[in-house]
Design a protein around this ligand. Structure first.
Ligand SMILES: NC(=O)c1ccc[n+]([C@@H]2O[C@H](COP(=O)([O-])OP(=O)(O)OC[C@H]3O[C@@H](n4cnc5c(N)ncnc54)[C@H](O)[C@@H]3O)[C@@H](O)[C@H]2O)c1
Length: 323
């Protein structure tokens, strides 16, 4: 296997890379190390990975066609896992261009490179945000995704349909994965669990949107990486449109109310949160709740880590990292 992992300096990319190294899998990781959040955190993840010679890293931007072309010229990839993206829902309101560049053009550049190669599997990160403000739970892969409420969600839906068309035209095996609110050690400082932990720990107020009336299907990072590893050598055969295309939800299947989530954080930090109740935010969704039966049937595994257990791992890391 000759694997390319994009977004290797990112949260999910780093953990997937760590799992590959544990499994003795040799691969190339790329990342443009952008400053959407603290670059030091990305560097510190990469420094851990670079200790292992099975990992080779290049600073490459997937939105730059020439950089991607050169990378593919120099390597004979047969598996591509595209986790590189401009993430974040709220940031897409103020910085729309980076979503088009990294998510749409970036994915397009990769698909264009692999379309004439005899690729074994192309795995693309999507997101639960494609379901928009759905109200029919749990969300299955057949639920409507016609009404994204942020440009981030629209860019991820675009990725899915681009992937379907490439898989159909070029007979490439492609799997898209809809991740549901992923959390864990070395996590993303822009996400609520990290922001809240930091603010509660320092006695500062937290902004709680929609007056706390939100629910999320929090998914522990190890459940995500285990699922991807199991999917790696299970490329799709073909679907109804004769495309070799598959699509899976990857979520815990247990939505947790935001106020319960804050309570767990308070208990684990042994501090009370100072809460600022706010109205609903633009671009945000009320609830996510994944039906993962399709995934479970396919790989005989589904995410299962209880939020209390996963958050304990995060808080352990947070206390060491933030002090
Ligand atoms: N973390 C979650 O809860 C979650 C949920 C749903 C979907 N996702 C998706 O999973 C993937 C990984 O997310 P993450 O949480 O690890 O985010 P992350 O921001 O930590 O990782 C993404 C990495 O991609 C890199 N990157 C961005 N644009 C790039 C470009 N043009 N070229 C090369 N590298 C680039 C960034 O520097 C970053 O290191 C993303 O596609 C994201 O949209 C994440």
């Amino acid at each position: 296997m000759n694997i390319l992992l994009t977004g290797a300096g990112g949260f999910i990319g780093f953990h997937l890379a760590k799992l590959f190294l544990k499994e003795n899998i040799n691969f190339v990781g790329i990342d443009n190390l952008n400053n959407y959040y603290d670059v030091n955190l990305k560097e510190s993840r990469l420094n851990i990975l670079k200790k292992n010679s099975n990992f080779r890293f290049h600073q490459v931007d997937i939105s730059k066609k020439d950089e991607i072309r050169q990378l593919f010229k120099e390597n004979n990839f047969d598996i591509v896992i595209n986790l590189a993206a401009q993430a974040g829902v709220r940031y897409s309101i103020s910085n729309p261009h980076s979503y088009l560049d990294s998510n749409v053009i970036g994915t397009f550049n990769l698909l264009e490179e692999v379309k004439n190669l005899n690729i074994k599997h192309f795995i693309q990160a999507s997101s639960s945000s494609v379901y928009g403000r759905a109200d029919d739970f749990p969300l299955t892969e057949y639920s409507s995704t016609d009404c994204p409420v942020s440009l981030y969600a629209a860019s991820k839906k675009t990725n899915e349909i681009m992937c379907h068309s490439y898989s159909s035209i070029h007979e490439m095996p492609i799997t898209c994965l809809r991740f549901f609110t992923v959390y864990g050690p070395f996590g993303r400082p822009d996400m609520a669990y990290y922001k809240f932990a930091k603010l509660i720990d320092s006695g500062k107020p937290i902004d709680v949107f929609n007056k706390g009336n939100l629910e999320r299907d929090f998914t522990y990072i190890d459940d995500i990486t285990k699922s991807i590893l199991k999917l790696l050598d299970k490329p799709p055969i073909s679907d109804n449109f004769n495309a070799r295309y598959n699509l899976f939800n990857i979520g815990n299947g247990e939505p947790v109310k935001l106020m319960r989530f804050i309570e767990i954080l308070e208990n684990q930090l042994d501090k009370k949160a100072n809460i600022n109740y706010m109205p609903m935010q633009k671009g945000d969704v009320f609830k996510t709740y994944a039906d993962c039966s399709k995934l479970e049937k396919y790989i005989e595994f589904k995410p299962h880590t209880p939020l209390e257990v996963g958050l304990e791992e995060f808080i352990k890391w947070f206390k060491e990292h933030e002090k």
